[in-house]
Design a protein around this ligand. Structure first.
Ligand code: CP
Ligand code: NVA
Length: 301
């Protein structure tokens, strides 16, 4: 594994190894036997806002012995039109790895192709692989594993999180149901890419989806870049809120997960979020441990 560009590009064995390594790194935080990023400087190029991803990577790189340079697109020539491939060829000669948050998946892939350094997708419109790894770690800690579990994703099923979950279920073989209105379901072209045996189904009936679920998962209805569509999205997605009625039909002991940031009384009620805050903020903390596993796996030796 040279880069982390998507969940789609990982095998089940690679995902399992990353989660195993995250478990170990979490247990030995503050007393790591080796610091694989010693002497390295990693660049973080972000063209979208971030709290969790930025802080967890800045802390994670440092905890593994490296240093980090945060580059907002407002501050570098990328924001004035310098091509990705030129930015990649410059940074590739100076830094030891890149962590990129942007819009187009193709831009992260182009950076990886031209940069010649380990490259991590820190969220694109297409995928958010670092979040999924943290979520899988949380599911292992809370439920003992994802095997034979039913995960339900509520809301904008065609956003980066819905799509990343679809790839995670396809690679790992657990059941995923996407509960979304027709306008926000992943298109047939995407679903057919998953393959005919993929354990992924799509429904517009949120309560039918929630029945017997082990994991109830949601994300904002207005992803970054979609702000102009906010009013329409909030209206159409309203029936897909995670609330007490959703929990009432889920399996007893079901966990609620939210990648955050959360918008109360939109995709989740305040009451459900606060009742499940322990699992949701454990999930946020796990960003740090899961990403340290990624850094350790792909860092130049
Ligand atoms: N979940 C997540 O990626 O959060 P940030 O946008 O704050 O990084
Ligand atoms: N789907 C959301 C995820 C935020 C972490 C977005 O892209 O804004």
């Amino acid at each position: 594994m040279k880069h982390l560009l998507s969940i789609e590009s990982l095998s089940a064995a690679e995902i399992g190894a990353l989660i195993d390594s995250a478990v170990a790194l979490k247990a030995e935080r503050g007393r790591h036997a080796s610091l694989p990023l010693t002497g390295q400087c990693w660049a973080m190029i972000f063209t979208k806002s971030s709290t969790r991803t930025r802080v967890s990577f800045e802390v994670g790189v440092r905890e593994l012995g490296g240093s980090v340079m945060f580059l907002s697109h407002h501050d570098i020539q990328l924001g004035r039109g310098e091509p990705i491939k030129d930015t990649a060829r410059v940074l590739g000669r100076m830094v030891h790895g890149a962590i990129i948050r942007t819009y187009a998946q193709a831009d992260v892939e182009e950076f990886a192709d031209y940069g010649g350094i380990p490259t991590i997708n820190a969220l694109t419109d297409e995928e958010h692989p670092c979040q999924i790894l943290a979520d899988l770690l949380t599911i292992r800690e809370r439920l003992g594993g994802w095997e034979r579990k039913k995960v339900v994703f509520f809301g904008d099923g065609d956003c980066n999180m819905g799509r990343s979950w679809a790839w995670a279920a396809t690679r790992l073989g657990f059941e995923l149901v996407i509960a979304a209105p027709p306008a926000y379901q992943p298109p047939g072209e995407f679903l057919s890419r998953l393959g005919s045996g993929a354990p992924v189904s799509v429904t517009d009936d949120p309560l039918a989806a929630a029945r017997g679920a082990d994991v109830l998962y949601t994300d904002t209805w207005v992803s970054m870049g979609k702000e102009a569509e906010a009013a329409e999205r909030l209206a159409i997605l309203a029936p897909y809120q995670i609330n007490q009625a959703t929990l009432d039909v889920a399996r007893s002991g079901a966990i609620v997960q939210h990648c955050l940031p959360a918008y109360r009384e939109k995709e989740i009620t305040e009451a459900v979020l606060e009742a499940h805050a322990d699992a949701i903020f454990q999930q946020a903390e796990n960003r740090l441990h899961a990403q340290k596993a990624v850094l350790q796996a792909i860092a130049m030796k």
